[in-house]
Ligand binder design. Structure first.
Ligand SMILES: *[C@@H]1O[C@H](CO)[C@@H](O)[C@H](O)[C@H]1NC(C)=O
Length: 370
């Protein structure tokens, strides 16, 4: 379904000066790109997937990245995190999937969506984490976090993957900085009269990611021109030319690269897991759960959501995702403290205290050591 060279040339008149205001452009899909997830041939939700197998880690240890992600933003107790190795048939090394046990997406659903991201694009993503919350997602440092039930929203997965492609897969001269922030892409957009949807109007990064979604549809489902997209012909033509190979399913495709996970070793979930004997030879996380604190007397200011690079919302530390403000108090018992190990004597004392506390708690609860 790729657009041919003729349409690429005809559609593209790249002006020298970018005059159009992205935020003032018209949109092709007034109700967003969700419409592309279903419909003809099952839409993006039904694109080809790669076979995979899931292996669940025994409870007790967790990749540091997942531990810190859960704890820093108060998203989940590390003890409630599940970790899976997802082995895809197209790569020699698994991807790690971390899931809070109250996440609405089951591990199988999550892995199934990851499997539909063609390996040429998937290989630019490192960790995948799934939490409960209002449906949204983010890509921070090539680690994707999904909140809420994205089971029927393949477009979200493709969109988040696109942010990594923007920074890393557009050729060596763009490595590490978004291609879509360059004049070239801005000029391509400016030569059109519309962008994919309202979300695409928020930044060139979001615009690029939404164009990737439309290119995915055009490549794997059906001509995107079955929708009224003439007004974004340049973005589609260049998107297809630049991204088509990164969104196409090839049965023989295999990963050619992966990100290092060296800075995210397996760590102990916390003192409870250590006391239960699940962490032998495994270091503690650097950021640990602190003991419950007495209620804070003075009111704390409500954290303001910060714009997230994905266009969703990055929640400030202390603000549970999706929870109303008055629920923040209830999550205050999960606190984080950096570098407990700065003082080894203090560290030992705290560990002993932790172990004692957990032992007592567990004994009270009648949990046997296993
Ligand atoms: C999940 O998040 C939603 C939206 O914030 C909330 O209404 C719901 O109670 C949460 N469910 C669980 C199991 O935590």
């Amino acid at each position: 379904m790729a657009l041919n060279v003729v349409s690429l040339a005809a559609a593209t008149v790249v002006p020298l000066v970018v005059t159009a205001q992205l935020s003032e452009m018209d949109v092709a899909f007034h109700n967003g790109l969700g419409i592309l997830n279903t419909g003809f041939r099952g839409g993006l939700n039904a694109i080809q997937s790669t076979p995979y197998e899931l292996y669940k880690w025994p409870w007790g240890t967790i990749p540091r990245r997942c531990h810190d992600g859960a704890v820093q933003d108060h998203l989940c107790s590390p003890y409630d995190m599940e970790v899976y190795d997802v082995w895809f048939a197209d790569c020699h090394a698994p991807w790690k999937l971390c899931r809070c046990k109250n996440a609405p997406m089951a591990a199988e659903d999550a892995a199934g969506r990851m499997a539909q991201v063609p390996v040429a694009a998937r290989q630019w993503i490192r960790f995948w984490s799934f939490y409960n919350g209002t449906l949204s997602a983010g890509n921070g440092g090539n680690d994707i976090t999904v909140f809420g039930d994205a089971s029927n929203t393949m477009s979200i997965f493709l969109h988040e993957v696109a942010h990594s492609l923007d920074s890393w897969a557009m050729g060596p001269e763009y490595e590490g900085s978004a291609f879509s922030d360059r004049d070239f892409w801005k000029a391509v957009v400016a030569s059109d009269t519309c962008v994919p949807d309202d979300y695409a109007k928020t930044s060139y990064n979001e615009n690029y990611a939404q164009v990737y979604v439309t290119v995915a549809y055009n490549t794997q489902v059906h001509s995107i021109y079955t929708h009224a997209v003439e007004c974004m012909a340049s973005q589609l033509a260049w998107g297809q030319a630049l991204l088509g190979h990164l969104v196409d399913y090839q049965p023989s495709a295999a990963c050619t690269r992966r990100w290092s996970e060296e800075d995210s070793p397996r760590v102990c979930m916390g003192p409870k897991a250590r006391w239960l004997g699940m962490c032998r030879g495994v270091p503690d996380p650097e950021i640990e759960i602190e003991e419950p604190q007495p209620p804070i007397a003075t009111p704390t200011p409500t954290p303001t959501p910060q714009p997230y690079r994905d266009g969703g919302v990055r929640y400030a530390k202390g603000m549970p995702v999706g929870a109303p403000v008055d629920e923040i108090a209830r999550t205050e018992d999960i606190r984080v403290r950096r570098n407990r190990a700065d003082d080894p004597a203090k560290q030992r004392a705290l560990e002993e205290k932790d172990a004692k506390r957990w032992r007592e708690t567990l004994e009270r609860a009648g949990v046997a050591k296993h």
